[in-house]
Each structure stands twice: as structure tokens, then as C-alpha cells.
Ligand binder design. Structure first.
Ligand code: NAD
Ligand code: GLY
Length: 378
């Protein structure tokens, strides 16, 4: 059982979850008003320059406020606005960050600030990992998905047309600053996408949290502040607990990919950006639960319970057809490029009883059956 700090609903005040990684340890700050608060940035290394990396949607909403908050700490604060969307998580866009760093003669002490969702966060982290062989960076996530998952744990990457997040590095931020107020401008579809990553933590690690989500889902969809604060904090606690034990995914960390093997196939197969990452993961959770049932690990009631929660969160539970002529083989070939695959054998994160994940392979024929069943409305 993962450790828990404060009971659900106890506070919306500032909270901190620590991620324990020896000399790469850092705090995740969670609360309201954090973007403008000096205390959020206290203790960060001093440097002549800082670069805010954001995108064309988030910049008009929050870049000026971050710029103002950083002005007292850095002599020059530059901002680069990337094009918005998963389809821009590419080498070309990454290069825009390097162009900016070099054109402003940014040195090794320059601190990068990722202001945005997971796409901006993953690309900024990758840029930070490689610019001058590594410069410090801070995550300022502004989507639910980024606050509960992508900004925490140091996975950074860009996509390749043949596979999702295939090129990247493990590189930890100095700090994660989750200002819950920024979620207020999030479109409903993006909020639902973030809920997919919140829901995933239940079946893999904490069924009490899963039950809590079931009973507080309406509040989360309405962004009730106590509920949001708890969902972000509990998700970060579970993620910090997992990453603290297995930073580079030699074992345990793979459980965080529950739903992602199917989900990544959906994203790559449809073309990046057609379905949101969280939508593909939501549907992937249902598919992975069905595969767990097909292998005799969980019962049909568990699959129905998870499916119902994913559906209530506003996420798709019917998988898309990726190839009208040979659908299950298209899924299988995309999943063979998954990072967990070994020698072409696909590894799935499955549920071995509620609250307990396992990583296993499964016969292709059984996986194909699950895919076929998942592409048809129940
Ligand atoms: P995203 O970054 O594309 O953001 C979603 C949309 O919301 C974008 O249009 C963005 O501009 C907009 N947006 C962001 N903040 C906003 C705000 N406060 N108000 C209004 N609009 C706002 O998508 P995402 O769901 O945040 O992240 C998905 C990405 O994260 C994927 O690329 C996925 O692979 C990655 N990811 C990484 C990890 C990891 O561990 N590194 C984990 C999970 C997901
Ligand atoms: N989102 C999966 C991981 O961080 O490992």
C-alpha cells in the first residue's frame, strides 16, 4: 500500500509531495495561487537567464504571469511559444527550443521553465537534458494530465511517426509547481483526458483511491476545489512512491503504463492528435482490463466497474478501427514497437486482482479477440 499524507478533502491549502531520488530529489508543490507566489520559486538556482517554454494556447493565458514572477530571480527571462498539439511533438519543434537558447546565448546555468501540458513538459525536459549536455529545468504543468502524471518522474520525449515517445531521456526537473487555478481554463475534453491518468492509479496501486474517484467524479468534473486538490495530491503521491523505487523503469515503474500499450497504438494508428493521449489511455484501460479478464486475472464485474468509471469521466470505451482490412494485426504490429516490448514480444500491464498490477505477455490470438470485442459498441 502506498503511503498517504493527509486524508481526502482535508485541505485545499498548499501541499507538498516529495519525490525521493537521492541527489535528484525534488518537491511537487500543489495548491492555488502558486504561479504568482514568490515562495514557489524560492531556492531555485540563480542564473543570468531563464527560458519559459510554452505554446500558443497557454502563452496568452499564463506566460506573462510566470515572466513577472521570475523577473526578480533572473536578469533576462525569454519566452518561446511552440505550436500547440501532439502532432508538433517532433524534432522540428524541439529544435525551436535550441534555436531560442542559442540565439540568446543561453549558458549552462540557464533554467528552463515548462509552462503547459504534457507535450510542452516532455519537450522542454528533453531539451533541458541535452542542451549543453544538461541544464536545469522546472515543470509548471497547466493540464490535469500533466499535474497528475507527465510533469512528475523525469520521463521526457518526442514522438516518431513509427512510435509514441520513442526518442527521449530520463531527466528529472528541479521542482514541479502545480497551480490548481490554471486548470480552470482547461476545456472539458482535456479535463476528461487528465482523469484517465487519475483513474489508472486505482487499479494498479490503491483501490481505496479508486472508490474515492467513483464517489467524487461529479465534483472532479465540476472542478470542486477540495476534490481536485486531493486527486492531484494522491496521484502525485502514488507516482512519487513508484518512481522513488524505480526511476528508470527496470521493473515496477512499468505499472504506470496501465492502458498505455493499447493507448499508444491508438494514438499512433489514428495519427497523433486525432484522439487525445488521455482519451486513448482511457480506452486502453478498458482494453487492458478486458485482457486481464481473458487471462483469468480479474472477473467481469471488475471490468464493468472500470468501464463504467471511464465512461462517466467522459472518455471513450469503444476502441477505434485502425485498419478496416486487418484491424487486430494493425494493433499488434503497432504494439510491438512499444518500449516495453522485448524481442518483438508485447508486454502488457494487467490487473492481477483489484489494486495489483502485473506485467506479462499474452497470446496474440487472445489479444486479437480482445481488440475485436473492444472495437464494437457493447
Ligand atoms: P497537451 O500538452 O497537448 O495539452 C492539452 C491541451 O490543453 C493543449 O491544447 C494545450 O495547449 C492546452 N492547455 C494546456 N494548459 C491549458 C490551460 N491551463 N488552459 C487551457 N488550455 C490549456 O496534452 P496533455 O494531456 O497535457 O499531455 C499529453 C502528453 O503528455 C502526451 O504527449 C503524452 O505522451 C505525455 N505524457 C508524458 C508522461 C511522462 O511521464 N512524461 C506521462 C503521461 C503523458
Ligand atoms: N507515465 C508513465 C511513467 O511516468 O512512467
Amino acid at each position: 500500500m502506498t503511503p498517504q499524507s493527509i486524508p481526502a478533502g482535508a485541505t485545499t491549502g498548499p501541499q507538498q509531495v516529495d519525490i525521493d531520488l537521492a541527489d535528484r530529489s525534488y518537491p511537487i508543490l500543489i495548491g492555488t495561487g502558486l504561479l504568482d507566489a514568490n515562495t514557489s520559486y524560492a531556492g531555485l538556482p540563480r542564473a543570468a537567464t531563464a527560458l519559459i517554454v510554452t505554446n500558443t494556447t497557454v502563452a496568452p493565458l499564463y506566460a506573462q504571469r510566470l515572466q513577472a514572477a521570475l523577473a526578480g530571480r533572473y536578469e533576462r527571462v525569454h519566452t518561446v511559444e511552440l505550436p500547440d498539439g501532439e502532432s508538433f511533438k517532433t524534432w522540428e519543434t524541439l529544435n525551436r527550443i535550441f534555436d531560442e537558447l542559442l540565439s540568446h546565448a543561453c549558458d549552462r546555468k540557464t533554467v528552463l521553465f515548462a509552462l503547459g501540458g504534457g507535450v510542452v513538459g516532455d519537450m522542454t525536459g528533453f531539451a533541458a537534458s541535452s542542451y549543453m549536455r544538461g541544464v536545469p529545468f522546472v515543470q509548471v504543468p497547466t493540464t490535469l494530465l500533466a499535474q497528475v502524471d507527465s510533469s512528475v518522474g523525469g520521463k521526457t520525449a518526442i514522438n516518431h511517426p513509427l512510435g509514441k515517445n520513442m526518442i527521449g531521456a530520463f531527466y528529472q526537473p528541479l521542482r514541479v509547481i502545480c497551480d490548481l487555478d490554471t486548470l480552470k481554463t482547461l476545456p472539458a475534453r482535456e479535463l476528461s483526458a487528465g482523469l484517465a491518468e487519475v483513474i489508472k492509479y486505482g487499479p494498479i496501486a490503491d483501490m481505496a483511491f479508486f472508490e474515492w474517484i467513483e464517489s467524487h467524479l461529479d465534483e472532479l468534473l465540476m472542478q470542486e476545489s477540495h476534490a481536485m486538490a486531493y486527486a492531484v495530491r494522491r496521484s502525485c503521491e502514488i507516482k512519487a512512491w513508484v518512481v522513488g523505487q524505480d526511476e528508470r523503469e527496470s521493473g515496477l515503474r512499468a505499472i504506470l503504463n496501465f492502458g498505455h500499450t493499447f493507448g499508444h497504438a491508438i494514438e499512433a494508428g489514428l495519427g497523433y492528435g486525432q484522439w487525445l493521449h488521455g482519451e486513448a489511455v482511457g480506452c486502453g484501460l478498458v482494453m487492458a482490463a478486458r485482457l486481464s479478464e481473458a487471462l483469468g486475472l480479474v472477473d467481469a464485474a471488475f471490468v464493468e466497474r472500470l468501464t463504467s468509471l471511464v465512461r462517466r469521466a467522459g472518455l471513450p470505451v469503444v476502441a477505434p478501427v485502425l485498419d478496416a482490412a486487418d484491424n487486430s494485426n494493425r494493433y499488434l504490429s503497432l504494439m510491438r514497437v512499444d518500449k516495453k516490448a522485448e524481442a518483438g514480444e508485447i508486454k502488457f500491464v494487467l490487473i492481477d486482482g483489484p489494486g495489483l498490477a502485473t506485467v506479462r505477455s499474452a497470446p496474440d490470438a487472445l489479444v486479437a479477440k480482445v481488440i475485436d470485442a473492444s472495437c464494437i459498441p457493447a
